[in-house]
Ligand binder design. Structure first.
Ligand code: ADP
Length: 319
């Protein structure tokens, strides 16, 4: 391999820059030219492609977002769109591609691999909803942002003896809610992977009230329902001062944590190695602190799972 490309696609996440840096530097270290493709698959179709040097990725390891920018590109879901992408890659002499993004981006990478351009997927999303890896790049940073918000909300919640409903991101996955809820000592965590009856939630809130709790924090994953919707339901059932806080896009930004920078660097570098080894159509991940790789097609076939033991623990600790 003489020339490879790198792009970021789908929702951005903190640590994507650290992954881009690792891809570019690792490739150059092995005397391979690297091309940055801007605006995800849209930029690929449009030929928005530039050669990257060691200095192109200087001073970015600490920055959130992605210097290559990201985009959603419906055209790339079509065969014609994918063919245009292949033509651009051929025009630039790019023989392999590292795709940093979520499962939608992985589908694109898989399609390109099937069209003869070996691609490697690197999991970049705050949602932690990709199979084949314990953690995705950006998840840890998002959690730290959420926990900072929960701690602050807790201060005001206890001063005013209020119940707070905090809506967090995660698309169809409850990982952000579960981890931040456990770390933030939430009374109740609502995740799409587990049914919780309203009776049970209310019983727990009342129990807390009786034992003199000054506040209650309820974390709602966006995949369950909106925080506002849940608060409305709650108010119908219980006489409590309920407030809602929707954390929104602050969860996607910010300087990546050490953990995200390190896994991004390790995964980005491994992706380059896989292309050098001639192994396309694979996605890297981290499992038990080891960098692994699996076929993208296999990952896309598997449903996302969550650690139910952690969920049960969160309930045990919030009695
Ligand atoms: P994420 O990668 O974060 O899951 P999306 O689901 O929006 O984000 O996917 C990002 C992009 O990947 C889409 O805009 C589209 O260009 C491409 N993509 C998604 N699904 C497919 C598919 N089935 N085939 C080819 N490309 C796809």
């Amino acid at each position: 391999m003489k020339r490879m490309g790198v792009l970021t696609s789908g929702g951005d996440s903190p640590g994507m820059n650290a992954a881009i840096r690792a891809v570019v530097r690792k490739a150059i270290y092995h005397n391979i030219e690297v091309y940055g493709i801007y605006n995800g698959y849209q930029g690929l179709i449009n030929g928005n492609i530039e050669k990257m040097e060691i200095g192109s990725v200087g001073d970015i390891i600490q920055r959130g977002g992605t210097i290559l920018r990201s985009a959603r590109c419906p055209e790339f879901v079509t065969k014609e769109g994918q063919q245009k992408g292949v033509e651009q890659l051929k025009k630039f002499g790019i023989e392999g591609l590292v795709v940093i993004g979520g499962d939608g981006s992985y589908r694109g990478a898989n399609a390109l691999t099937n069209l003869g351009i070996p691609c490697i997927g690197v999991p970049g999303t705050i949602d932690n909803d990709i199979c084949g890896t314990d953690f995705t790049i950006g998840f840890d940073t998002a959690l730290n942002t959420v926990i900072d918000a929960i701690d602050k909300i807790r201060d005001t919640a206890s001063s005013h003896e209020r119940t707070f409903v905090i809506e967090v991101m995660g698309r169809n996955a409850g990982d952000i809610a579960l981890w931040s809820g456990l770390a933030g000592g939430a009374e109740t965590i609502l995740i799409p992977e587990a049914e919780e009856s309203m009776d049970e939630i209310i019983a727990r809130l009342k129990h807390g009230q009786r034992r003199g709790k000054k506040h209650s924090i309820i974390i709602v994953a966006e995949g369950v329902m909106s925080g506002v919707e849940f608060a409305e339901k709650l108010k119908k059932e219980i006489q409590m001062d309920v407030r809602v806080s929707v954390l929104g896009h602050i969860q996607r930004g910010g300087s990546p944590t050490v953990r995200d920078r390190v896994i991004a660097s390790r995964m980005g570098a491994r992706a380059v190695e896989l292309l050098i080894e001639g192994k396309g159509g694979r996605a890297v991940g981290i499992v038990n602190n080891e960098i692994i790789d699996r076929p993208i097609a296999e990952i896309l076939d598997q449903p996302h799972t969550i650690d139910m033991q952690m969920f049960e623990l969160s309930k045990e600790l919030s009695i």
